[in-house]
Design a protein around this ligand. Sequence first.
Ligand SMILES: CC(C)(COP(=O)(O)OP(=O)(O)OC[C@H]1O[C@@H](n2cnc3c(N)ncnc32)[C@H](O)[C@@H]1OP(=O)(O)O)[C@@H](O)C(=O)NCCC(=O)NCCS
Length: 167
Amino acid sequence: MPGPDLQPIALRPADPADAEAVAAIWRDGWRDGHLGHVPGELVAVRTPESFAVRAGERVADTTVAVVDGAVAGFVMVVGDEVEQLYVSAAHRGAGVAGALLAYAERLGREQGHGRVWLAVVTGNARARRFYEREDWVDEGAFDYPAEGPDGPISVPCHRYVKQVQGT
Ligand SMILES: CC(C)(COP(=O)(O)OP(=O)(O)OC[C@H]1O[C@@H](n2cnc3c(N)ncnc32)[C@H](O)[C@@H]1OP(=O)(O)O)[C@@H](O)C(=O)NCCC(=O)NCCS
């Protein structure tokens, strides 16, 4: 039985009215997970405005987790890639990330993918530990072409995968 302090987590597709909350979680979480671990060129283009623009453009790919009436985190899934997974600092360590990742895995399975994958910045220790705890497998280092205004920016990452069919 969950303790009385654990709030229920509801997942639902994002709508345009969520974009502002998604952008704020993305902006702050991006700094938590990436500063000191990615090229300065990428930090320079990940301005607060860039997150607002991308959150608005990506509503259709976004599923939000709602806790006590507020957006606590989100996931963006594109094909077999879990592209973005962010939880607000106030809601970390409380099961929100696990609920969002389980949803992304289920979506991949329902769409017929044998396995799903994601890229995590090599120095993002908290996220890597979380994925490993959720039984994702580290397939090693590679350079991820992160989206930039003038073309992709190469970022040192690790590729994690999880089998989702026949499990
Ligand atoms: C990555 C993220 C979604 C994980 O969600 P979370 O609620 O923080 O995850 P949890 O707290 O359940 O698990 C994190 C694990 O890292 C550990 N951890 C916590 N702080 C840590 C730190 N500073 N360094 C290393 N490990 C850390 C936790 O103890 C836990 O491991 P354990 O289960 O073995 O104890 C969340 O931290 C987040 O949004 N981070 C910022 C954005 C980000 O990096 N997104 C991922 C992009 S790929």
